[in-house]
Design a protein around this ligand. Structure first.
Ligand SMILES: [Fe+2]
Length: 279
């Protein structure tokens, strides 16, 4: 197994310098945006948070291999598909928390309360402003139109962000129509690029005209350089709306610090922490 990322110990800032106070160990596949909320949680509760970062696949395999010996109290990851996989493999436990149930809408959490969505992320069409007019765009489905031949940049079919998007097509259109849509995309000979940011860079460089990515990657690029010639087109506004997915977390099946872990999730779902995530 590959060596995972560094364990990052968030400094104890708790009241009274709480030596020996409780802690939570978080396996996280998120790699940005979580630090302010975590620091605020430690300040508030004295509970220290140890982060162990890795890819979703690595963390999933590690949790499975460690079984009841795992030090992890929480799995924090992206995409409902990953959360669903972890729950299905028995890696997460049910949480009975009125606070989580009221903070997180039912549509954004596991029906059995094994994971809870913490952020909603839009995945939509991105285009080069010099080469495409927004009026030429409409839906994900329409990217199979021959006018996009040789002009698309997409992720591979094995990537979970794509799989979750395609899952919504299957739910909406059924398998046969979904296959037609995807064959349309493939007939346009898309350039397959492994990374949302890399797709945006390819669009900016004119290597392709249109792609599909999560919006926050573009926001990060535009924050650095507002002149990047890429803009989002919010797909399917006349039909089903733009696809959104969640990132979220659950308490592990063998958590040693279960109470503190639940408290941590409750905090992350609070208005205060949500504001930090959003920023
Ligand atoms: Fe992402």
């Amino acid at each position: 197994m590959r060596v995972l990322g560094l364990i990052v110990l968030i400094a104890a800032l708790g009241p009274l310098g709480t030596a020996g106070a409780s802690e939570v160990v978080v396996y996280t596949a998120r790699h940005y945006g979580q630090e302010p909320a975590i620091e605020a949680f430690t300040k508030k509760t004295g509970i220290q948070v140890k982060l162990l970062a890795g890819s979703t696949g690595e963390l999933f395999e590690r949790l499975k291999a460690e079984g009841d010996k795992t030090p992890a109290d929480i799995l924090l990851t992206v995409d409902a598909g990953n959360l669903w996989n972890a729950a299905r493999a028995g890696l997460l436990s049910k949480i009975d928390s009125p606070e989580l149930a009221s903070n997180v809408p039912a549509s954004l959490r596991d029906p059995d309360n094994r994971w809870f969505g913490l952020t909603v992320r839009a995945r939509t069409i991105m285009y080069n402003t010099g080469k495409v007019k927004p009026a030429e765009l409409s839906t994900y489905e329409a990217l199979g139109d021959p006018k996009w031949k040789g002009r698309l940049c997409l992720r591979s079919s094995s990537y979970i962000y794509n799989q979750s998007l395609v899952a919504t097509f299957i739910k909406r259109h059924g398998p046969a129509r979904t296959e037609e849509i995807l064959k349309g995309w493939v007939a346009n000979q898309p350039t397959i690029i492994n990374g949302d940011t890399k797709i945006l860079e390819a669009i900016a460089a004119g290597q392709c005209d249109v792609g599909i990515t999560n919006t926050y990657y573009l926001a990060r690029m535009l924050a650095k350089d507002p002149d990047v010639p890429v803009r989002p087109f919010f797909a399917n506004q006349q039909t089903t709306g733009t696809h959104v997915n969640v990132s979220g977390a659950g308490v592990t099946a063998h958590a040693r610090n279960r109470a503190a872990a639940i408290r941590f999730l409750e905090y992350l779902s609070s208005v205060e922490a949500q504001q930090m995530f959003a920023n």
